[in-house]
Design a protein around this ligand. Structure first.
Ligand code: SF4
Length: 371
């Protein structure tokens, strides 16, 4: 089964408990967003796009972790020049993120970007927006209109002080009207604030009156732990109401963490059965193995395979055998090593490099379990 079919069928079976909002569909290369496609995970690179090697290293790491769409910043001609090589080599569709200079968006579309992200409020007037829209239409790629509380139009700032969600919504509606008058509808919208509840309210309001797909997330959510918690709150509230077609968790630091958090949110909500669930104990003085190291390897190397299932890593004999047996494949620390379980049965003992051996076994088991 191809990855796309596996993702789609697992999502259809798990999403029965959430009635998703009906939206139009757009395509970023071979990845669909909205229109009933599975909710995708996206992130953004941190290296300068002009440094194509560094960007490609990040994109490959993101894709391995389960990222399905990646955005890169395009802020000058050097970035545009590197963009075509990045797009050609990337294993996942690349979206060009452009502010202020419409010519960079036009050039990015020609360079092979699978989509554009702009904020019409800062791109320089309707004539410039028209040039970007024409370039996207010629390249047959979608545009995301990303409205952020930090860059709201000047005349909406007083409204933003008393009704920040309303101001975001009004800003998005203005951009929608402008682009629709140009006859272009391959659009995705995002309405973001660093405040989780403002983000939720703005997206609820916009979703109520529009059928465009929504990219959801809390912008500038913060450092990894508090930012993950804040993002999870907003995403869970919206996704449980069926709002949201692609998600980005925005954290300071390594973007791979953003993908891991987004995957955990979608998995916990039962929205992506193809994302492997990881059960691991917090460890204590009884642990025989390095649980946190093995769990981190699972997050890094297994979730992006989209093979579903549940994997458990437990430190000792107290709760270890129980959880390891309940998982599809599990590991429980024991004197002198660890015990490997598959489908509730003891398979063998692992000794030596337990982390490496277990990752190998998990990959092999999930690939061959035949469901
Ligand atoms: S499974 Fe064992 S090592 Fe892990 S937290 Fe429980 S008692 Fe501690």
């Amino acid at each position: 089964m191809t990855r796309e079919k596996r993702v789609r069928s697992s999502c259809e079976s798990m999403m029965k408990n959430v009635k998703r909002r009906k939206t139009r569909a757009v395509r970023y290369g071979d990845v669909g967003v909205g229109g009933g496609f599975p909710i995708t995970i996206q992130s953004m690179t941190t290296a300068r796009t002009a440094d194509a090697r560094a960007v490609m290293r990040e994109i490959r790491a993101l894709a391995r972790a389960g990222c399905e769409l990646v955005r890169v910043a395009v802020k000058d001609r050097a970035d545009v020049e590197a963009l075509s090589a990045v797009c050609a080599r990337s294993p996942i569709p690349v979206i060009a993120d452009v502010h202020f200079d419409y010519r960079l968006a036009v050039a990015s579309a020609a360079a092979g970007a699978a989509g554009l992200r702009i904020n019409p409020g800062n791109i320089g007037g309707a004539d410039k927006v028209r040039r970007v829209v024409d370039a996207a239409a010629a390249a047959a790629i979608p545009i995301r209109i990303g409205v952020n509380s930090g860059s709201i139009e000047r005349d909406l700032r007083s409204l933003a002080r008393i009704d920040p969600a309303g101001a975001l919504c009004e800003s998005a509606a203005r951009s929608r009207d402008l682009v629709e008058r140009m006859g272009f509808r391959e659009l995705v919208f995002s309405l973001k604030s660093p405040d989780a509840m403002v983000t939720v309210e703005a997206n609820r309001a916009f979703a109520a009156g529009n059928d465009y797909p929504l990219h959801i997330g809390v912008t500038e959510a913060g450092p990894p732990l508090s930012g993950a918690a804040k993002s999870a709150v907003a995403l869970a509230l919206l996704l449980r109401e069926g709002i949201g077609d692609t998600v980005r968790v925005s954290l300071s630091g390594d973007p791979v963490r953003e993908v891991t958090v987004a995957a955990a949110v979608l998995s916990a909500l039962g929205l992506r059965a193809d994302i492997t669930r990881i059960v691991s104990c917090p460890t204590c003085g009884r642990s025989h193995i390095d649980v946190s190291k093995i769990a981190a390897r699972l997050e890094r190397d297994i979730i992006g395979l989209h093979m579903g299932g549940t994997v458990a890593v437990m430190g000792c004999e107290v709760n270890g055998p129980g959880e390891a047996k309940d998982a599809d494949i599990g590991l429980a620390g024991s004197c002198g090593g660890a015990i490997l379980f598959e489908k509730g049965r003891v398979v063998r003992s692992l000794k030596g490099n337990i982390a490496e051996e277990f990752i190998f076994e998990v990959r092999d088991f999930l690939r061959n379990r035949g469901d």
